[in-house]
Write a protein that binds this ligand. Structure first.
Ligand code: CU
Length: 402
């Protein structure tokens, strides 16, 4: 067969597509379920994928052999002038077997892979998103099971028979109306439901009488997240990318007085049951701010500041008790493959009580360091030591160091 013919061969192309699809799925599945020992050793992953590809090939060969055996059996019956094999009955039976295997596959997927879905929602809107997800899943699964069962049982029930003629139904307006209006109605309800939930989540104005949201800024760059908290004024100072320097990595504009008391933090502390307004920025490429427990995810786009408002409802300590895991931590990830060390963009998030939060925030260091003050020509706050230190041991140590 010439190369051109090989390329044009539909059989070869479809076989290739099936292999690629199965191969990719298998490789992905291997990566997610890989044990810690296996993650270091990539060969184990490829061996696992190869094993399943071979298993698939073996299954194809077995099916082909069974088909050939049946064909030979059929021919021998014909030679012996016995009744021919009823291929229609056979195919109808295979349809029923396929239905049973398919249903078991769906059940397996729910029970095994279902446990890999998101953990319990730890934010107020997260519970609503989960409700929406459950409603959508229940409706689509109901339709899935009903249509699949009907499809394959009808194939079985109405298999070809010489005694029966097929009923020709070229057009029926009632059926057309039912299968257009019913899904349209269900989809409209789901979309409207989703629209209101999303509107509630993205509503930027704080409700009257409520405590204003706590502004926290998270900036993504290759390959870390930087955090900025407002000082006592609860306002974050302005930012200008042109002002980025070694000492002013975020490019904070210190002409804006709100920026004077801004704080830097390593861990993201969030007071429980308080509305948080997460201001999201990026400095180089597109990152994605992702906190799965809080059902928060929004892209961090350079030049396009965005925000996400949410209210954490379960403290880290409570979650540790619930999960019976003393090492549990909420995490902030980057959910956009943004470069080689993307996996490193991870930050610990701790949800604490209001009192614990106040204690923690009081200990955070100001962004405006002395080095930055010098750069900006501002007076340095720390007074230079005037008198000699009284601690003699320190003096001795200093002398030794010199
Ligand atoms: Cu990233």
């Amino acid at each position: 067969m010439g190369f051109k013919k090989l390329i044009k061969s539909k059989k070869i192309l479809s076989l290739l597509a099936v292999f690629m699809l199965t191969g990719t799925n298998l490789v992905m599945a291997q990566t997610t379920v890989a044990t810690p020992a296996a993650t270091d050793d990539k060969s184990a992953m490829w061996m696992g994928a190869g094993y399943y590809v071979l298993l698939f090939l073996l299954l194809c060969v077995v099916i082909a052999i069974v088909g050939k055996i049946l064909k030979v059996y059929d021919l021998t019956r014909q030679i012996q002038s016995k009744k021919e094999l009823n291929w229609n009955n056979l195919m109808a039976g295979i349809c029923l077997v396929f239905l049973l295997f398919g249903l078991y596959g769906a059940y397996w997927s729910f029970t095994v892979q279902g446990s890999m879905t998101l953990p319990e929602a730890a934010s107020a809107h997260g519970v609503k998103i989960d409700e929406m997800f459950t409603v959508t899943t229940v409706i689509t699964m109901f339709v899935f099971f009903v249509t699949q069962i009907l499809l394959f049982t009808f194939l079985f029930r109405y298999k070809h028979s010489d005694k029966r003629r097929a009923f020709f139904l070229p057009h029926n307006n009632t059926i057309e109306k039912i299968w257009t209006i019913l899904p349209a109605m269900v989809l409209t309800i789901l979309v409207v439901f989703g629209f209101f939930t999303w509107q509630e989540i993205t509503n930027s104005a704080d409700a009257k009488g409520d405590r204003p949201s706590l502004n926290i800024e998270v900036t993504g760059h290759q390959f870390a997240w930087e955090l900025r908290y407002p000082g006592k004024d609860l306002k974050l100072g302005a930012i200008n990318y042109k002002l980025v320097t070694g000492n002013n990595q975020l490019g904070i504009d210190f002409k804006d007085r709100n920026s004077f008391d801004d704080l830097r933090a390593d861990t993201m502390y969030l007071p429980v049951n308080r509305s948080i307004r997460l201001n999201i920025r990026a400095q180089d490429v597109i990152h994605s701010c992702y906190m799965p427990h809080f059902r928060v995810q929004l892209n961090a786009v350079p030049g396009l500041p965005t925000f996400f408002k949410f209210t954490p409802t379960i403290t880290t300590a409570d979650m540790r008790n619930r999960l019976n895991n003393p090492d549990f931590e909420y995490l902030l990830y980057c959910n956009k493959i943004c470069g080689g060390i993307h996996y490193n963009m991870k930050k610990i998030v701790r949800v604490v009580t209001e009192a614990e939060y106040q204690q923690w925030i009081a200990k955070q260091k100001p962004y405006l360091t002395d080095a930055l003050r010098k750069d900006l020509g501002m007076p340095v706050t720390t007074p230079a030591p005037v008198a000699a230190p009284k601690d003699t041991t320190a003096n001795k140590r200093l002398a030794l160091n010199n």
